[in-house]
Write a protein that binds this ligand. Sequence first.
Ligand code: FES
Ligand SMILES: [Zn+2]
Length: 122
Amino acid sequence: MASFTHHIFVCGNTREPGHKRGSCAPDGKQTLKDAFKVELKRRGVGATTRANHAGCLDQCEHGPVVVVYPTGIWYGRVTPEDVPRIVEKTILGGEILGDLVIDESCLNNPGCPHRLGPREAS
Ligand code: FES
Ligand SMILES: [Zn+2]
């Protein structure tokens, strides 16, 4: 059996409504992860690229968040509509999608403007 070439970790964390950090799957469904599974299979790479449910990846304010390993590409504000493009361009093509990538300055930065929110950042 071929080993995995990629793992896609998809945050499926759910927090209570109104939580200040929000959450990537407020409805408790795993819609995004399921969309990856379907698309990976459709493109014939379901055996070598795995989409995994993840708990909070601590980039909540940029969510829904996905991280692709082994390259460590972080994507934010990902919707199910983005999934075919991510599989096509990033998994199969090795490209980083500039409109989805979380800026390096935001990752693990409690002071990033998204995390502080509009009032505290100003
Ligand atoms: S809830 Fe998804 S990164 Fe925190
Ligand atoms: Zn940010």
